[in-house]
Design a protein around this ligand. Structure first.
Ligand code: HEC
Length: 142
């Protein structure tokens, strides 16, 4: 293949890669949805649902660590912040597995603090993540 063809294909691949990468705020909104949704099942012993939502948080975090690097917020503390959340999620998985509500609540609170700690580290200290006050599944809970 001619070098110019190879060069233009490489450029095209790079453009496509940029296009398919989800925006950071899209991933953050996904994180928020699942973070919010797992609270109610966690405090009402609906462990299957809590576990499902927790898994979605984990998946989103995996996508996040794969995509954060090229973002304008990228810096050396990000990997550390993400790894803190990953350890907390591992503890929450144990809580869900052993149906331990107290442990779930304790680690949920740690997770929420860690969301805010990264927001602080990236200059978004005005964006506070909180523990939900109303159930995310309003149609399914009392
Ligand atoms: C690794 C750092 C980091 C972690 C961890 C983190 N955030 Fe974020 N968050 C950001 C950054 C940076 C932005 C700004 C994104 C932008 O504007 O492009 C943001 C923005 C947001 C937004 C606003 C998005 C929008 O477009 O409205 C929400 C919601 C959010 N985060 C939720 C969460 C939740 C919930 C958690 C924890 C489960 C969390 N974040 C953990 C860095 C982080």
């Amino acid at each position: 293949m001619r070098q110019t063809t190879i060069d233009s294909l490489e450029t095209r691949i790079q453009q496509l890669e940029t296009k398919i990468k989800p925006r950071l705020s899209v991933l953050m909104n996904r994180l928020q949805v699942h973070h919010g949704r797992m609270w109610q099942p966690g405090i009402t012993n609906d462990w299957k649902l809590a576990g499902y939502e927790l898994e979605k948080v984990r998946e989103t975090l995996t996508d996040l660590s794969a995509n954060f690097g090229t973002d304008k917020y990228a810096d050396s503390t990000i990997d550390l912040e993400i790894s803190k959340l990953q350890s907390t999620i591992a503890l929450m998985e144990q809580a869900v597995k052993s149906k331990n509500k107290d442990s779930f609540v304790e680690h949920y609170s740690a997770l929420t603090t860690q969301c805010n700690s990264c927001h602080k580290a990236t200059g978004l200290d005005f964006y506070k993540v909180i523990q939900p006050v109303t159930p995310a599944y309003s149609g399914e809970t009392e």
